[in-house]
Design a protein around this ligand. Sequence first.
Ligand code: ADP
Length: 273
Amino acid sequence: MSIKLEAVTYTYGIGSPFEKKALYPLDLEIKEGDFIGIIGHTGSGKSTLVQLLNGLIQPTGGRVGIDGTDISQKQEAARKAKRKVGMVFQYPEYQLFEETIAEDIAFGPKNMGLTGPALQARVKEAMMFVGMDYEQYKDRSPFRLSGGQMRRVAIAGVIAMAPKYLILDEPSAGLDPVGRREIFAQIRALHQEKGVTVILISHNMEDIAAMANRLLVLKQGNVILDGNPLDIFSSQRSLLQGAGVAVPPITELLHYLKHRGLAVGERVHTVEE
Ligand code: ADP
């Protein structure tokens, strides 16, 4: 089971004076259980790529398949397949709109046909997952929360749809260090405890090093590097620099991981800067 891109390309504004190739032919398979990090300079194609993964935009060339279903078709099967991919946009709190927190989180699963106790259980579980007590928060307005808490509600809304694949675009942007750590603990738990496949766009190399088992580096619409994050961070520094990505020295990254008590692969202990 996987999300598979075959010769996928994307061009904005075809035929217009503003035509812009955003993604060059790309073959990519994201396997169930992966934790993929995506990095690249602004404009390198990260958002375009992730929007193709869940059918938010249709490729201008090639095919996208989710668990074997071609999602370009206008059939029920394609619709169902797309629902397996959840997306947390940048600053997701701007998309909150219901009067209460529970209603906001229930919106997605309700649209998927969940009702009654099953719906309530789903909302409760999602809230618990992001560390919000159901009874305490369910009837409160999402708009009276702090920024970090609003972000949690927004993420709970996506988790409540029980996605098999979860895309997160800079989920910690604008949060303080505590809020950032909390969000990342939740994402790690989703991956490790629930087996959710995660695709994470981030500018934070420490977070990528701590969580991703595979890293994609984008430059001008091409995936120029694809591999183990720490291997790439240690051995591809000039290519990373050329792609406009700032990576802390590997010793700092390792120190950070150790400080947070995170496991570092055997191989990595031998890496010297
Ligand atoms: P990133 O997420 O890495 O910042 P994007 O995928 O947003 O990159 O953008 C890739 C390229 O496509 C950039 O050159 C950007 O200017 C262009 N682009 C993005 N969105 C649009 C759009 N709606 N119309 C035209 N060009 C766009």
